[in-house]
Design a protein around this ligand. Sequence first.
Ligand code: PLP
Length: 457
Amino acid sequence: MKTIIEPFKIKSIEPINFTTEREREAYLRRAFYNMFLLPAEEVLIDLLTDSGTSAMSARQWAGMMEGDEAYAGAKSFFRFEHKVRQLTGLRYIIPTHQGRAAEKILFTIVGGKGKYIPNNSHFDTTRANIEFSGAEAVDFPTQEGRDPDVIADFKGNMDVTGLEEFIVRVGATNIPLCMMTVTNNSGGGQPVSMQNIRETKAVCTKHGIPLFLDACRFAENAYFIKKREKGYADVPVKDIVKEMFSYADGSTMSAKKDAIVNMGGFLALNDEALATQARNLLIVTEGFPTYGGLAGRDLEAIAQGLEEVLDEHYLHYRIRSVEYLGERLSTAGVPILQPPGGHAIYLNAKKFLPHVPVEEYPGQSVVVELYRLGGIRSVEIGSVMFGKYDQQGKLIPARMELVRLAIPRRVYTQSHIDYVIEVVIEAHQRQNVLKGYRIIEEAPMLRHFTAKFEPIA
Ligand SMILES: *Cc1c(COP(=O)(O)O)cnc(C)c1O
């Protein structure tokens, strides 16, 4: 086997700003040890998110020049609509400025008090939009999906039995639709099998409930199916994607993920009445139905990106580079959530810093150290992000204390990843000297974005 190389050449570059440990220690103090408060210029390798951080191709940039900026009926819209239709097989294609805008429109229509929306695992904006409508968002991960150490092929799967019991208990009339997130972002970027999509669809059909895909990482999911599921090894990814969507009655999508663009999204539907309602809302909140909050050039870039993401050389490199990072860390004894997901590696901070109690945010301590040591920006996905307080003001910790290293698409090369590996291993070797953090200021909601921290002496 030869080395898997980046399936592209670099035509345009963006310099990285180098900093010293001393400088970064000062930046950390100034940002109150919160990565969201750091200017991006002070970051060497930015693994905060894979969302909207992709590098576009020459063809996408060329498409930007072709963008038709007509208010109504722009040529770029029809190209976008054609591409999304071809991909999803869904009839009504509604552009939005990002994924959550599609969610907001969808759940404003179908949500509301007394309604329930099941999912394998809701992404946080999906959950927020459902709850904002008054409805309840319910997760059905499988048993193995809940265990960070189990190695299994499809840990993103829906617990289909749990789903059906739930439908019977609350009544199908209270469930306007069922969602399925591919790959399962909140569950660690883990894929969902075709068999699981099929079984979920069968349960939905039996109870007359439409199935919607949260399709942000549909291509990464399809590639995992090709590699791991029996019967798909020789099926082109394009056809796997087609089959995945064949079970869907609708879809929400953040183009900032697998459409390899910096901004955009869509809502795709089969139900005409629902589409009409959605377009009416779109006009109020996003824009006219042929641009939906996007410029014509954005629609061009999305259409092109949706084509490029299906290139199997790209997907091979994409999935393999994340897996490579996971393998090397694991081999060095760094505890990670297993197996590596499609878009990120999650460090298990509870095991990384076993001496730091959850009340002192071990994930935050790892995040700070990765930045201090190597200028790497990661994100805590644990009790800083999901922790709540009980009535006595005591922390109710998150289920897991994770640190996510999300890999932007087509941005970093193998040497960048090798550097990340070196820094994480070095941080792990320093585990004994790392201390916890306390929060000295926080907002009542989504506190991780603005919280201020202080190291515990
Ligand atoms: C990013 C994401 C969303 C929301 O999309 P935005 O473009 O950030 O609004 C929804 N679901 C999943 C699974 C995501 O990863």
